[in-house]
Design a protein around this ligand. Sequence first.
Ligand SMILES: Nc1ncnc2c1ncn2[C@@H]1O[C@H](COP(=O)(O)OP(=O)(O)O)[C@@H](O)[C@H]1O
Ligand SMILES: [Mg+2]
Length: 215
Amino acid sequence: MKGYFITFEGAEGCGKSTQIKLLGEALQKAGKAVTISRSPGGTAVAEKIRTILKEPTAGEDLEPETELLLFGACHSQMTANLIKPVLDKGGILLSDRFYDSTIAYQGYARNLGVESVKWINSYACRNLKPDLTILLDMDPEEGIKRAKERAGNAATLAGDRFDSEKLSFHHAVRNAFLLLAKEDPGRFAVIDANGSIEEVHQKILEAVHVYLGIL
Ligand SMILES: Nc1ncnc2c1ncn2[C@@H]1O[C@H](COP(=O)(O)OP(=O)(O)O)[C@@H](O)[C@H]1O
Ligand SMILES: [Mg+2]
């Protein structure tokens, strides 16, 4: 019995959390064992690291290199204690972001060296790769608008170290994701995230069918 590891990538507000839940429900209805996780996070240790990554620490900035290594640490914990055990049992692991975000945000947008980030990713994940990566693509301005509506006010957004980056950073992230998708078309399904929730969901179901032969 083969398990599947499916990741969701894309800018803040593009619909990852909304769509991962809908895909999880569809797979469950089809009788599959589904686990939903997120990066950074997903295990007890990785969730502790998430807090350091997401929330500002008073009196001390997080160095970009530290940030990158903390993501690596998260992915290492996730791989050993969550992803591999689920796949070994033939289950399906859905992750809200994974290491392609590290390449896009830290490698490209923060300029830490794409090859170094890729090396850290494969080291942290013991060469494990997602079977399918759903990239929800949209203009970052539209995504930020959605995320702000979700938060209810801009102050909540500004509290997140990544959401409060300037627009050029988010454009660099989008371009990086699209480049990664071009490099590995057998793994990436690029989906236009601008449609309605139901339209995007249908496109994701189709991608899961075409790429993995399930559903
Ligand atoms: N296709 C869509 N059309 C309109 N609004 C959407 C759509 N998908 C998600 N949303 C809304 O946009 C906000 C951000 O979606 P979310 O799934 O939280 O994105 P992400 O997890 O990628 O940041 C939420 O309030 C959500 O309800
Ligand atoms: Mg989300």
